[in-house]
Design a protein around this ligand. Structure first.
Ligand code: GLU
Length: 612
C-alpha cells in the first residue's frame, strides 16, 4: 500500500532510491528500508522517517549500483524495525506492497521445511518461497514466477538475488507498479512521482506482469494465475506529471495547497464543457452514447470520500434524470448477494484508480451480469481506467495529502457532467436547462475562489474546536453527504471524534449527546429544506449546544448567542454541495494546525488504499 522504489543503473543509485521514497512519503508509512546488492546484500531499516534512513545511509557511506527501497504501512505485524522491509531470506531480498492472504498456511509450511522467520509480516513468506524455488531453478525470474503462483492476495514486489546484482525482478498483482526507463539505468516504482527525478518514460505493468530490469533494458512476461506465461510488450508512456505538481510550493502543507488549487482543477475538469455550448456523451468515451441510452438505473461503488461523492450524485441523478440510483460501499457490496437490476450502469469512483475494494466490487458486479461500467478516476494509467468500458478522468493533478480534497470536488464536477449527459439522452433536459447548467458551471471556479475567502473566519472558529473531544455535523438533502465528508475530514486529520447525521435524524438518538461541550456544525444553504433545518437547529440550541452554521448569503438565519454563522455566496442550486465542501475542508485543516497533528500524513492512514 505504501512505496516501492528499485534501481539498476550506472553509478550510485542510493540518492535516487532515497529521493524516490521521499516523494512517496505522502502516502503515509510507519517505517522505511533499503537494500543494496553489491554482490553481497546490505540492508538498512528504521521506524523513523525517510530523512532518518538517509542519515543512516550517509553515516554508513551506503553506495551501490543496484538496490530496492520501501516505505511500509503495516498490515501484518507491528510497525517495528524487524518488520520493516526489505526482508531477506538466504540470498534473496524482497520489498512488498499489499497483503498475502494465504500467508499463514505458507508460513506453517515453510517453518515445517526448516525456515526461521525473523518478522511477523506476511511478506517474509515471499522471500522464503523464492529461496526454495531458486533451489529448483537457477533463474530468479523463473523462481519469482513459480513463487507468485502460490500467493493469494494483492501485491507488488521487487526482488534481488545476491549472486546476480545486475538485475531486479518485479511483479504486479493487484497493487500498482511501473518501470522507469532512464538514461543511465532502469527503475521500478509503485508511483510515477517517485521516478520523475530520473525519467519521464514509464512502462505501466498490468495484472500478472513479472518484469526483469537491468541497466540497459527490461523484459515483461505475463503470468496471470491459471494463464499461460507469455512475453508481452507494454507501451512506453511519457509521464505528464510535472515536478511542480508534486512539490509543495509556497504552502505549508500539501493539503492546504490542494484546497486552494480547487478553483483551477475544477475548471480543468470541466474544461471541455465550459468551452462548448452543449454536453457530449463522448466525454465518457466513444461507446458512451449507446451505453447511456441503454441505461435504466445506476449503481455507484466507492469507498471513503469517493463514496460521499457518490451519495451527492444520487440526489442529482435521481432528481435530474429520473433514473434510480444506488450507492454502495465497495467493501460491503463485494461480499453480499445483491439483486440485479437489468440495464444498470455500474460506476466506480476512486482517486487513485487502485482502490482494492472498488476494483474488486466492480469485478464482482461484472461477474453478477452487469454489462456496463464507468470509472471516474484521477490517474490515467490506473487499473480502474483499464477495467471499465467507459471512463472519465478528473483533472485534479496529483493529490498528495492523505485526506482527499480536490479529488472530491473534481469527482463531483464529473458526476454533475454524468447527470447532465444522462438527463439529455433520456429526454429529461431541455436546451435551455442545459445552457443554464453550463453557465452555472462556468461560474463555479469563481464561486470556489469566493468560498475560499471565508478562511479567516473559519480559522477563528478552529481555535474553539481544538479543545473539543467530539463534534456533530448536520446537513439535509444533498448536503447530508457533505456533512459526512466534513466529519470525515475533521476526524482524519485532527483526530477529533466527529459524526454526521441527516439533521432530521437528530431527535432519533444523537440529540442525547448534545451539551455545551459538543459543537454542532450545520450546513444551511438557502434551499427548500432550510426551514426544516432551522427547526433542527433550535432543538440543538434548546439543549445548550453551540452551533456553527455555514449558510448562504441569502439563507434566513441570524447570529445570536450560541449561534455562529459564516456565509458563502448566494445559493448555488444543484452545485451548492461543491461550494459547501470548501469551508469544511478549511475547518478540518485549521483545527489540525491548532492541534499540531501531521496534516498531510495522519496517523494510521495511507493514501490510495490498495489493500482490502
Ligand atoms: N503486508 C506487508 C506488511 O505488513 C506490506 C505492507 C505495505 O504495503 O506496506 O509488511
Amino acid at each position: 500500500m505504501c512505496g516501492i522504489v528499485g534501481a539498476v543503473a550506472k553509478g550510485n543509485i542510493v540518492p535516487t532510491l532515497l529521493e524516490g521514497l521521499r516523494r512517496l512519503e505522502y502516502r503515509g508509512y510507519d517505517s522505511a528500508g533499503i537494500a543494496l546488492n553489491n554482490g553481497a546484500l546490505h540492508r538498512l531499516r528504521t521506524t523513523g522517517r525517510v530523512a532518518e534512513l538517509s542519515k543512516l545511509a550517509d553515516d554508513q557511506k551506503f553506495s551501490g549500483e543496484a538496490g530496492i527501497a520501501h516505505t511500509r504501512w503495516a498490515t501484518h505485524g507491528a510497525p517495528s524495525e524487524r518488520n520493516a522491509h526489505p526482508h531477506i531470506s538466504g540470498e534473496v531480498a524482497v520489498v512488498h506492497n499489499g497483503i498475502i492472504e494465504n500467508h499463514e498456511a505458507l508460513r506453517q509450511r515453510l517453518q515445517n521445511e526448516g525456515f526461521t522467520f525473523t518478522s511477523d509480516t506476511d511478506t517474509e513468506v515471499i522471500a522464503h518461497l523464492i529461496t526454495i524455488n531458486l533451489k529448483e531453478t537457477p533463474d530468479l525470474f523463473e523462481a519469482v514466477c513459480r513463487s507468485v503462483a502460490e500467493l493469494q492476495g494483492a501485491y507488488a514486489i521487487a526482488v534481488m538475488e545476491e549472486a546476480r546484482p545486475e538485475r531486479i525482478v518485479v511483479c504486479r498483482n493487484g497493487a500498482p507498479l511501473l518501470l522507469g526507463l532512464g538514461e543511465y539505468g532502469t527503475y521500478a516504482a509503485s508511483d510515477a512521482s517517485a521516478l520523475l527525478q530520473v525519467t519521464r518514460r514509464m512502462v505501466y505493468l498490468e495484472e500478472g506482469d513479472v518484469a526483469e530490469i537491468h541497466r540497459d533494458g527490461y523484459r515483461i512476461v505475463n503470468c496471470l494465475p491459471g494463464g499461460v506465461a507469455r512475453e508481452v510488450a507494454r507501451t512506453v508512456q511519457e509521464s505528464e506529471l510535472t515536478n511542480e505538481a508534486v512539490e509543495m510550493g509556497p504552502y505549508a502543507h500539501f493539503m492546504q495547497k490542494e484546497i486552494f488549487e480547487q478553483p483551477g482543477v475544477v475548471a480543468n475538469t470541466l474544461e471541455m464543457v465550459l468551452n462548448a455550448h452543449s454536453i457530449s456523451p463522448r466525454l465518457f468515451g466513444n461507446e458512451a452514447e449507446n451505453i447511456f441510452k441503454d441505461t435504466r438505473s445506476i449503481l455507484i461503488l466507492a469507498c471513503g470520500t469517493s463514496y460521499h461523492a457518490g451519495l451527492v450524485a444520487r440526489y442529482w441523478l435521481e432528481t435530474v434524470t429520473g433514473l434510480p440510483c444506488n450507492v454502495e460501499i465497495a467493501s460491503e457490496y463485494r461480499y453480499r448477494n445483491p439483486a440485479i437490476a437489468p440495464h444498470t450502469l455500474v460506476v466506480g469512483i476512486s482517486q487513485s484508480g487502485e482502490t482494492a475494494d472498488t476494483l474488486a466490487a466492480l469485478s464482482y458486479a461484472k461477474s453478477l451480469g452487469h454489462r456496463h461500467s464507468l470509472g471516474i478516476c484521477n490517474v490515467a494509467e490506473s487499473a480502474l481506467v483499464r477495467q471499465t468500458d467507459l471512463r472519465f478522468l478528473t483533472r485534479a493533478g496529483p493529490e498528495i495529502g492523505v485526506a482527499s480534497t480536490k479529488a472530491f470536488t473534481t469527482q463531483l464536477a464529473a458526476l454533475m457532467l454524468l447527470t447532465m449527459t444522462l438527463a439529455k439522452l433520456n429526454g429529461r433536459s431541455s436546451d435551455k436547462s442545459e445552457r443554464e447548467m453550463i453557465t452555472a458551471m462556468r461560474h463555479l471556479p469563481v464561486a470556489l475562489q469566493h468560498a475560499l475567502q471565508v478562511e479567516p473566519q473559519v480559522k477563528a472558529w478552529a481555535e474553539r474546536f481544538s479543545e473539543k473531544k467530539h463534534a456533530l455535523f448536520l446537513g439535509r438533502g444533498m448536503h447530508y453527504p457533505i456533512a459526512l465528508e466534513g466529519a470525515l475530514k475533521l476526524k482524519e486529520i485532527s483526530y477529533i471524534h466527529a459524526e454526521a447525521y441527516a439533521a432530521g435524524e437528530l431527535k432519533h438518538g444523537p440529540l442525547a449527546l448534545v451539551d455545551k461541550d459538543m459543537p454542532v456544525v450545520a450546513i444551511a444553504p438557502n434551499d427548500a429544506l432550510l426551514e426544516k433545518l432551522k427547526s433542527n437547529l433550535q432543538e440543538v440550541r434548546a439543549r445548550g449546544g453551540e452551533l456553527y452554521v455555514f449558510a448562504d448569503a441569502d439563507s434566513r438565519i441570524q447570529e445570536s448567542e450560541g449561534v455562529h454563522v459564516i456565509r458563502l455566496a448566494e445559493h448555488a442550486g444543484l452545485l451548492s454541495p461543491i461550494l459547501h465542501t470548501i469551508p469544511l475542508q478549511l475547518l478540518a485543516y485549521h483545527v489540525a494546525l491548532q492541534k499540531g497533528t501531521d496534516v498531510d500524513k495522519p496517523r494510521n492512514l495511507a493514501k490510495s488504499v490498495t489493500v482490502e
